[in-house]
Design a protein around this ligand. Sequence first.
Ligand code: NOJ
Length: 536
Amino acid sequence: MAQPTPARTHLDWWRSAVIYQVYVRSFADGDGDGTGDLAGVRARLPYLAELGVDALWFTPWYLSPLKDGGYDVADYRAIDPAFGTLAEAEKLIAEAGELGIRTIVDIVPNHVSDQHSWFRAALAAGPGSPERELFHFRPGRGEHGELPPNDWPSQFAGSTEPVWTRLPDGEWYLHLFTPEQPDLNWAHPAVRREHEEVLRFWFERGVAGVRIDSAALLAKDPELPDFVEGRDPNPFVDRDELHDIYRSWRRVADDYDGIFVGEVWLPDTERFARYLRPDELHTAFNFAFLSCPWDPERLRTSIDETLAEHAPVGAPATWVLCNHDVTRTATRYGREDTAFAFATKAYGTPTDLVLGTRRARAAALLSLALPGAVYLYQGEELGLPEVEIPRDRIEDPMHFRSGGTDPGRDGCRVPLPWVADAPYAGFGSQQETWLPQPVNWSSYAADLQAEDSGSMLRLYREAIRLRPAFGDGPLTWRPAPDGVLHFVRQDGAAHCLVNLSATPVDLPDHSELLLGSGPLDPQGRLPQDTAVWLRA
Ligand code: NOJ
C-alpha cells in the first residue's frame, strides 16, 4: 500500500537534494604532496557553493593503508594523515555548513582493514579466541585444511582470486573484496554496537548523513555454505537479517535528523525497495539508471520502474550517472555500447568524446529534472572523460585481481584540473600527482570553464540554479515523437524534452526556454542528443 507523503519541512532536504561526491584523494591538494586532502577541499568550498550543491558525500577519509582507496578502514575515528586531521574535518563540516552545504560520510560496515586493531588482535589471539569471532575465521576443507572453507565468488567484478586467505596457523578468513579487507561477523553484538557508536561519533560532529558501503552484503549465512546460483536465500547477498540492522541504525540517525544512502546493487526491485521502508534507509543509489544505455525506450522504462518501485515505500528516487567505481559519463555515452557493466570494461574501447559529451550534457538536464535527489561525481560537472592509466601507475586492486584484464577504476579517479595555466592543472601539487593526469587535462580546467558560457561547468551551474522550477511534485509523460522523451512537472508548468532521435523536433508551446544542453537548429527545433527545459 502506498505510504502517505508527509508534509515537507527543511528536514526533507534530502528528498530533492543535489549531492556532490568528493573523492578526497583526487579533489584538490592543499599541501602540494600529490594527493588531495581536506585543506584542498576547504579551499575549494566557494567553488562548490557556486555550483549550488546541497551536500557533499566524502568517500572514506579515515585512517587507512589505502589498499582499496580508503574502503579499507583502520580507524573510523581518525582521519588519514595523508588527508588531514580530525580537527580539520570538523572545521570542514562547519565551514561547509556556513555555506549551506551539508556533509555525508561514508561508512564501510562489511569489512575493515587488516590493519584495524580488531583484526590485528584476532590474528595475535589465534584460533578459537573470542577476538576471531568478530570476523569469519574457519578451518579449511580437504585432508589438511588446504582448501578454502567455501566457494563464494569475489565481489570485485572480474576477479579470479579466492575470497579466503589462509594464515600460518592454518585458519582461513573471509574477505569478499581484497585480503586486506577482512569481512566482519555481523551476527556478533559487538560489531553492531561498535558501528552504532561510529554513527553517533560522526553525527555528533555535525554530519547530516551517511553513505553505507556494500550495504546488502553484511549478513552471512552462519553455516557459510557453498554458493549455488539462484538458490534463495543467497548466503551473503540481501539477507533478511540486514533489515533489523538498518532499523536499529535508523533509530540512531533519527536522534540527529541524519539520513542514509545505501549502496544497494540488487536486480530485484521489490527486494531493493525493502531497504527503503520508512523505518530503514532514507535513500539508495539508483544503479539501474546509472547502468542504462543512451536509448529512449530503455531510459523511459528505467525512470518509470524507478518511480514505481519507490512509490509504495514513500522514498524518493536518486539519479546517478557515475561515481568513483564506474566509467565516466562522457566516455560511456561516446561508445558503441552506452550501458555500464563491470564485465564489459576493456582496454582500447573506441570512443567518440564529442558525441559522448553532447549526450552527457543532455543527460545532465534529464537527471536534474526528475523527481528525487541527484548525485554528481566530482569532475562530472567538468565533463571529464575516463582516462586510460598506464599499467605501471594503476593502484586499483580491481585491476590486479582481474589478472590485469580489467582496466580497473583509476581512470575515473584522476586528480581534478582546476587552473589551466598551472603545474598539474592547478590540482595544487608541487610534485607528480598520485595518478598521472593526461596531456590535455588543462583543457578541462575549472577556471577556463567558468569563463566559457558554453562549458559543461556553466551548464551544471545554471541547471542547479534553475532546478527548483521543477518543484517537488510528480512527473507526467507527454506524447512525443519516437525517440523523444518529454515530461512535465508542476502541473504542466515545467517541461523537459530530450531528443534521442536523428530527426529534429518542434518544441511545444512555451513562454520561456529556461535552458538547453545545446543550441536549437536554425528552424528552432530540438536536434539529436539535445535536451531543453521550458516554462509553459
Ligand atoms: C563499494 C565502493 O564504492 C568501492 O569503491 C569499494 O571497492 C567496495 N565497495 C568495497 O568497499
